[in-house]
Design a protein around this ligand. Structure first.
Ligand SMILES: Nc1nc2c(ncn2[C@@H]2O[C@H](COP(=O)(O)OP(=O)(O)O)[C@@H](O)[C@H]2O)c(=O)[nH]1
Ligand SMILES: [Mg+2]
Length: 224
């Protein structure tokens, strides 16, 4: 069975049936990364932005990824294997003021090492908050990702907290501060599940293997 695309059981919300989503390992350095060679989608955002909630929401799992743990505690890269086809990588949250300086200093090198050297990295979901303009840390990471050619989809979450009428001004402010068009954002909510299908639409092509060219039932090109 094709584990990643065109599954007839998939709902219109998610183009993919999640048959399995399992924690694989935590790592702080390359020797600890998984070695299966599956493509990876990484998730980054400041502490408390709603990253764990977003991952759980798109997987349809209540608590595969722990939410609201003491911010800044989980300073590891956490790998989850989805449908035995690709991995999600939950990067540690950044920008939490109460995290000890020593822990904050580890974030940059640990995450930068992963992002700049990981061959399996297919793309990154950069999660920001629709309620507030991107922080200086958000902008810094965004610029670094662009400068390093890392395929990124920007997401604005907690959309359920903003009335529809106020959305576009929030969207435009965020777009201005990242220097992109507001249509490039996926507007998301783990509460209303808005954006689940749109986000899958962005990341699934990153991890889908090319369909084999020989699946056609016609005899085009076959010897007669
Ligand atoms: N209203 C609302 N609250 C959210 C949403 N996503 C996360 N939260 C809440 O924000 C807090 C932090 O969420 P969490 O997923 O743990 O953030 P993380 O630190 O980035 O992993 C929790 O209290 C969540 O319930 C959302 O889309 N809407
Ligand atoms: Mg979290």
């Amino acid at each position: 069975m094709n584990p990643v695309a065109g599954d007839p059981l998939a709902s219109s919300e998610s183009p993919l049936v999640i048959q399995s989503a399992v924690f694989v390992t935590s790592a702080v350095a390359p020797q600890g990364y998984p070695k299966e060679g599956l493509p990876e989608v990484a998730f980054a955002g400041r502490s408390n932005v709603g990253k764990s909630s977003l991952i759980n929401a798109i997987l349809g799992r209540k608590k595969l990824v722990r939410t609201s743990a003491t911010p800044g505690r989980t300073q590891t890269l956490n790998f989850f294997r989805i449908n035995d086809a690709f991995l999600f990588v939950d990067l540690p949250g950044y920008g939490y003021a109460k995290v000890p300086q020593k822990v904050r200093e580890q974030w940059g090198p640990m995450v930068e090492k992963y992002l700049s050297s990981r061959k399996e990295l297919a793309g990154l979901v950069h999660i920001m908050d629709l309620r507030h303009p991107p922080t200086a840390d958000d902008v810094q990471l965004w610029n670094w990702l662009q400068a390093n050619g890392i395929r990124t989809v920007p997401v604005l979450t907690k959309a359920d907290k903003i009335p529809r009428g106020k959305r576009s001004s929030h969207l435009h402010a965020a777009a201005r501060s990242l220097g992109i068009r507001s249509e490039e954002f996926v507007v998301f909510s783990a509460v209303s599940r808005e954006g689940v299908g749109e986000l899958w639409g962005k990341i699934l092509p990153w991890v889908s293997r090319q369909a084999p060219s020989s699946t056609s039932t016609t005899d085009n090109g076959a010897p007669s």
